[in-house]
Design a protein around this ligand. Structure first.
Ligand SMILES: NC(=O)c1ccc[n+]([C@@H]2O[C@H](COP(=O)([O-])OP(=O)(O)OC[C@H]3O[C@@H](n4cnc5c(N)ncnc54)[C@H](O)[C@@H]3O)[C@@H](O)[C@H]2O)c1
Length: 280
């Protein structure tokens, strides 16, 4: 069959990726990349059973070769017009090293490589996190290093060495801060294709993983957080898709290189409200 469809690359076959792809992926070939092939297959099946046109590919976000392979697979179906990056590991799932390799380095490489081949007028979003907003401000030089260091040198930065990273939460925060900075520099490069790229920073979004957390030993921590944030509840993946839809549609035509916090006010409460840590 002739290549008649534009292609969406979706990395990360989780609830957030699924919600965004369902919202905007109609009439496209959706190429779903995930390290966990079962996740990718299951999301592809859900989408195909709902009338979408999806195919699963095993890929590892922490590996440039694997990213290039995903892009090559995607290009077999047509031009890459959309990127949704919702792959990642959380602080309770992985080591400092893995978080930096997947969430920081991998995201930077994916944005770089897709930016080289994105269709004219194409658009992308990458999922960062409210965690990046909670971290105290970095210095101007540190921010610039995260934004502009060539991807293959990123993990050698002094601020990313294990001696300078307190724990997995700190690694996750700095990775998510880096995502926002890379989006700014990539927006300049993507504009040579008249393409746009933005990030979304969600607060706690209900997913199977989050439900495990609510019911686990940190359950009281989450109940306290929801009680003390303005929205008084966790969010849903479909609300994240609301923001993605704005950013990726023509209504978002003037938005690029930007980050959107969607956290029910939890960050506001953390800095200036009842969620403010006692020691601050
Ligand atoms: N759920 C939340 O509360 C929340 C909040 C803020 C940010 N986020 C971010 O949203 C994104 C998606 O999260 P989610 O809640 O849908 O999680 P999820 O665990 O449901 O989905 C993430 C997917 O990424 C895949 N993945 C992990 N490592 C990978 C790798 N090396 N290469 C390719 N795929 C890999 C996993 O297999 C999984 O299918 C992540 O970046 C996460 O940090 C989530």
């Amino acid at each position: 069959m002739a290549n008649t469809k534009d292609v969406m690359i979706l990395t990360g076959a989780g609830q957030i990726g699924l919600a965004i792809a369902r919202r905007i992926g109609y009439n496209m070939k959706i190429v779903i990349g995930d390290k966990n092939e079962a996740n990718a297959n299951s999301i592809a099946q859900i989408m195909n059973n709902a009338g979408f046109d999806a195919v699963a590919v095993e890929m590892d976000l922490s590996c440039r070769k694997s990213i290039l392979n995903l892009i090559a697979e995607a290009k077999k179906y047509g031009e890459i017009a959309m990127l949704v990056n919702a792959a990642g590991v959380s602080p309770s799932q992985a080591s400092i090293e893995t978080i930096l390799k997947v969430d920081l380095y991998g995201t930077a490489v994916l944005l770089e490589e897709v930016g080289k081949v994105i269709k004219n007028g194409g658009v992308g979003v990458t999922i960062s996190s409210q965690s990046g907003h909670r971290m105290p401000a970095l210095s101007v030089i540190e921010d610039e290093l995260l934004a502009t260091t060539p991807t293959e040198e990123l993990l050698s930065l002094d601020i990313l060495q294990e001696k300078n990273i307190r724990d997995t939460l700190h690694a996750y925060q700095i990775a998510k801060r880096c995502n926002v900075k890379r989006v700014m520099t990539e927006a300049i490069k993507w504009s040579t294709h008249k393409a746009r790229i933005n990030s979304i920073s969600p607060g706690i979004i209900v997913t199977p993983l989050a439900i495990d957390e609510f019911n686990g030993i940190r359950g009281d921590f989450y109940k306290n957080m929801f009680a003390k944030c303005p929205a008084a509840r966790p969010g849903t993946a479909d609300e994240v898709a609301n923001v993605a839809e704005l950013l990726m549609s023509n209504k978002g035509a003037f938005i690029t290189g930007a980050d959107f916090l969607i956290d029910g006010g939890a960050t506001a409460s953390y800095f200036y409200g009842p969620l403010r840590p006692q020691t601050k």
